[in-house]
Design a protein. Structure first.
Length: 220
């Protein structure tokens, strides 16, 4: 198994959240809307998801950290597993102009509204299905905030596929370390299906043979 990293957390902690307000705002209905992963989730009201997800450059520091971590150079191949609108991949392309970038997402709205500069590198697909790439096809496979949305058997299959196609792997997922953080996560999360503490995630990684790096974000 890889190492526990701290790359996305500084961005995650910038956002202030009113956990109880979300829980009492017809949350079950909002969850149903969010799980469609279409316009309302990305660019609709905040109660359904992002509340408007537009490019602001925040992912540049993440791309820089990952390039340094894995020694990525021009000509490398990078896959974003659940790329959303492709903002992270855009930063990779900006920093490594000759890199071969690829990303997919389950959301048609996200792909259709991706960064124009890399839109032709993205495609519509479901990460719960087998990836259409050969073994060790990519120098890095990255997945941010996606895998906790899968049921355990779907998650196991996805981790095995990420392991299979990537020489280096990095995933970020939601987790909790205390009852308070579990409560906050349950209040806030609209799409999460895998509620696990860090040690449970690490056990799951071992069972799936996942050897990549990982990061947990918490709702404190």
């Amino acid at each position: 198994m890889g190492e526990l990293l701290n790359i996305v957390n500084p961005l995650h902690k910038r956002t202030k959240r009113d956990y109880v307000a979300r829980m009492v705002d017809e949350k079950v209905h909002c969850m149903g809307v969010a799980k469609q992963y279409e316009m309302d989730y990305w660019d609709g009201d905040r109660r359904f998801g992002y509340g408007g997800y537009s490019y602001d450059g925040r992912w540049s520091v993440v791309a820089e950290a990952l390039i340094e971590r894995y020694g990525l150079q021009d000509g490398c191949r990078i896959l974003d597993f659940g790329c959303g609108k492709g903002f992270l991949l855009y930063e990779f392309a900006r920093l490594l102009p000759d890199a071969e970038i690829t990303g997919f997402d389950i959301s048609r709205h996200a792909i259709e509204n991706a960064k124009p500069e890399i839109k032709d590198k993205l495609y519509l697909a479901d990460g719960r299905e087998k990836l259409s790439f050969d073994d060790d096809s990519f120098d890095l496979v990255v997945s941010l905030g996606v895998l906790h949305n899968f049921k355990n058997y779907e998650l196991a299959s996805a981790l095995k596929e990420i392991e299979r196609v990537g020489r280096n792997k990095y995933m970020m997922t939601e987790s909790f370390r205390s009852d308070q953080e579990l409560f906050n996560l349950q209040c806030w999360a609209l799409t999460c299906a895998a509620f696990m503490m860090p040690e449970e995630w690490e056990w799951f990684f071992q069972q799936c043979g996942y050897t990549g790096d990982y990061e947990f974000i918490y709702f404190e």
